[in-house]
Design a protein around this ligand. Structure first.
Ligand code: C5P
Length: 407
């Protein structure tokens, strides 16, 4: 699901982190969300209503009585229009008001009048955050079913280092997407491998496969947004950010990936093997850099086969639901189904790999016991959501199947 068409009320309270909400507004409006900004008087000391109006494309409301609204029931009017309310940044003062039901300005009043989910994104000095009063108030918000996101640890505007920084706008944005995502994998434990493995030959050389890790990371993120507990085992990738809501372990070689998978697999309901695992590794890894000698032929190299991680997991006595990936350079239909049978997995996702390496878009075909189903071309994140849907339907039997068409 994407956010286009959603209506959000973004409340800003008095904190230096107000500048992060400018970026959050931009991310939301670019995704097609209608953002209605409401600010406390204190917030206007940190960022101007004019800036927030320009970014959101909507008038900004501050006071309870505003003649721009016919009925002059702004708190009711605003809180009824929206799918969710996000308070970012939320100051210690505003959190205290929320916890105790005080409503003496527009934002605190419309929050009490809401009939939609409320997300609170705290931002304050670390001592203020740690203070038992704030912690008691936060516990009250949890008890009232309010989602509290963050805060983060790091350098604070006051120069101190500690817990209290507002989480980054991209993370708030991901949490908002997750909020609206159907929780099709709630309670499921998902293990995903991504990226490529690197098999050393000597301290500076090695062999690897081409893979950016984008598809695996997108799937990890989509599965987490669908409510799964996701553990990601990552080989070499061109991405640095761990996907939202997942735990991550980095490995280099196929053997390390195999060991990491085998350690986690007993705690797994669904295994999605996206990694491009090198098929072979050097029989002997040279301790020193192998020198080239002028006029002589390159030294011979000997390789042995790496373990097939996916096939090994699928062959366990009580395997998780296994999903394989196959990047083929030709004959996708024949090779995809043959690979699914060879690895003995219920679902294999095939693509014509070389065309999509490192790109944002992908076009795949699903192979399962019922045949093959091509999916329309999509960017990797949207495709990941569709794939999570398809996996959830097969594992848990929910939602409408895509028709199996054959290629
Ligand atoms: O045999 P091939 O490498 O084409 O199979 C691709 C699928 O098998 C992918 O899901 C990949 O993650 C998995 N695989 C594996 N261990 C290997 C080789 C591939 O898990 N050694």
């Amino acid at each position: 699901m994407n956010l286009a068409g959603k209506q959000l009320l973004l409340g800003l309270t008095g904190s230096i982190a107000c500048y992060k909400s400018a970026e959050l507004t931009r991310l939301l409006t670019q995704a097609g969300v209608t953002v209605q900004v409401t600010m406390t008087e204190a917030a206007t000391q940190f960022i101007t209503p004019a800036t927030m109006q320009a970014l959101s494309g909507n008038p900004v409301y501050i006071r309870l009585c505003d003649t721009r609204i016919d009925s002059n029931m702004l708190h009711i009017d605003l809180s009824r229009r929206v799918d969710a309310i996000v308070i970012a940044p939320a100051s210690a003062d505003f959190i205290a008001k929320l916890a105790h039901g005080l409503c003496n300005d527009l934002l605190s009043t419309l929050v009490i009048a809401r009939d939609c989910p409320l997300l609170v994104v705290p931002a304050m000095n670390s001592q203020m955050w740690q203070n038992s009063v704030t912690q008691r108030n936060i516990a009250q918000l949890h008890a009232d079913g309010i989602m509290v996101l963050g805060p983060d640890t790091g350098l604070q505007a006051c120069g101190e280092i500690g817990n209290g920084r507002m989480i980054e706008p991209e993370t708030v944005y991901e949490e908002i997407i997750a909020l609206f995502q159907p929780k099709k994998l709630a309670g499921q434990r998902v293990l995903i491998t991504a990226g490529s493995t690197f098999e050393p030959i000597d301290p500076v050389r090695g062999i690897t496969n081409r893979s950016s890790g984008k598809m695996g990371f997108a799937l990890a993120r989509a599965a987490a947004q669908a409510g799964a507990r996701v553990h990601l085992i990552s080989g070499l990738v061109t991405l640095f950010k761990t996907p939202w809501g997942t735990s991550r372990e980095n490995v280099q070689t196929a053997q390390q990936m195999y060991d990491a998978v085998m350690e986690s697999v007993y705690d797994t309901d669904i295994f999605i093997s996206v990694a491009a695992v090198a098929d072979w590794r050097a029989v002997q890894v040279s301790e020193h850099k192998i020198k080239k000698t002028a006029g002589q032929l390159p030294p011979p190299m000997y390789f042995i086969e790496n373990p097939d991680i996916l096939a090994s997991v699928a062959a366990l006595p009580a395997p998780p639901y296994c999903v394989g990936f196959a990047a083929e350079s030709s004959e996708l239909r024949m090779n995809g189904e043959a690979k699914r049978r060879r690895k003995n997995v219920p679902l294999l996702i095939g693509n014509l790999g070389p065309k999509t390496f490192g790109k944002d878009g992908n076009e795949v075909v699903l192979f399962d016991a019922d045949g093959s189903t091509p999916l329309p071309r999509a960017d990797k994140q949207s495709l990941a959501r569709t794939l999570v849907d398809e996996i959830a339907r097969r594992v848990l039997g929910s939602s409408t199947p895509l028709s199996s068409s054959g290629l």
